[in-house]
Design a binder for this molecule. Structure first.
Ligand SMILES: NC(=O)c1ccc[n+]([C@@H]2O[C@H](COP(=O)([O-])OP(=O)(O)OC[C@H]3O[C@@H](n4cnc5c(N)ncnc54)[C@H](OP(=O)(O)O)[C@@H]3O)[C@@H](O)[C@H]2O)c1
Length: 278
């Protein structure tokens, strides 16, 4: 039997991970399969304890299991511990369950690929949002030695928790002051769900943003969010959220199937064709 991996979620049907991993399995001619596993929160721990018995080498974890998966894993890497959530699990030769979070890796690798100059002389970045994804983005920016991060969120208390977690380089800005706070920011990242298909629009005026600032959105349905359309019109380099999704899948695939896969325009086109209306 070939190597098996899966994505675990509740619900799991919406996950794009099978599209990515099955594409690579096919491209590299690997004898393996990538399944979807719908697991209720109360069943997660038992499911993970049976991962090997079910024949799995490892798994991706999606909502609402990312925090619980980190608690269940015996060994976690620095990214998963700092972010407080796991999205990638694997069993080692002794059957010990390891956890990683590859969202920060995916975000940074994509930013490096799409806007290679993003960090040259960067003094300050602005992050919109303080949810689960924002934790990965703030961790990524600090790992990339960004000197200062302005963090703004509708619910200020959540931004303050993040700032306390990640230290003095993270400064909380009131949500109502977000437009003016864009001045002097060389990188703007939307990590809220605003602008996503079916969600309210992001109300942001980027007039104060320095002209060469890079604008990234981690929302990928639509691919070009209104924020990115607006930023591109004003001449900013823009980076969409799909690249992060593709790159975050690389380390897991390599762990389970033994081949480090490439993120190519053909993979991107293949996934874009499945996005539909989101
Ligand atoms: N590209 C990728 O690989 C990738 C990876 C992860 C996530 N994402 C996307 O990132 C987005 C956020 O994910 P998440 O897991 O961080 O979600 P989350 O934990 O639910 O956080 C949602 C964030 O959006 C804010 N928000 C929601 N509705 C708002 C509104 N009406 N006005 C102002 N702020 C609002 C929330 O603010 P409050 O705290 O005030 O509620 C919070 O900061 C989703 O669209 C997700 O699909 C993309």
């Amino acid at each position: 039997m070939g190597i098996l991996a899966c994505v675990i979620g509740w619900p799991v049907e919406h996950s794009r991970s099978p599209v990515i991993h099955r594409y690579w399995l096919d491209q590299y001619g690997i004898d393996g399969a990538y399944e979807k596993e719908a697991v209720k929160p109360e069943d997660l721990e038992r499911f993970l304890s049976e991962l090997a018995a079910r024949g799995y080498a490892g798994a991706n974890v999606t909502l609402p299991h990312k925090e619980a998966a980190l608690r269940v894993a015996r060994i976690a890497d620095a990214a998963a511990l700092a972010i407080g959530a796991a999205n990638t699990l694997w069993l080692d030769a002794e059957g010990v369950l390891h956890a990683s979070n590859t969202d920060a890796y995916g975000f940074l690798t994509n930013l490096d690929a799409e806007a290679p100059q993003w960090n040259d002389g960067l003094a300050s970045a602005m992050v919109l949002g303080a949810g689960g994804a924002a934790r990965a983005i703030v961790y990524a920016l600090l790992a990339a030695a960004v000197p200062r991060i302005r963090l703004t969120n509708r619910t200020r208390a959540k931004a303050e928790v993040l700032a306390r977690t990640f230290g003095p380089k993270v400064e909380v800005v009131d949500w109502q002051d977000r437009n003016e706070a864009l001045s002097a920011c060389g990188l703007l990242i939307n990590t809220t769900s605003l602008g996503m298909t079916g969600q309210p629009p992001l109300d942001l005026d980027i007039a104060a943003l320095p002209k060469n600032a890079v604008v990234a959105d981690i929302v990928y349905t639509p691919l070009l969010t209104p924020l990115l359309v607006d930023a591109a019109k004003q001449g900013h380099p823009v980076v969409d959220g799909l690249g992060m999704l593709l790159h975050q899948a690389v380390p897991g695939f390599e762990r389970w199937f033994g081949v480090r896969p490439d993120v190519t325009p053909a993979l991107r086109a293949h996934v874009v064709a499945t996005l539909g209306d989101g």
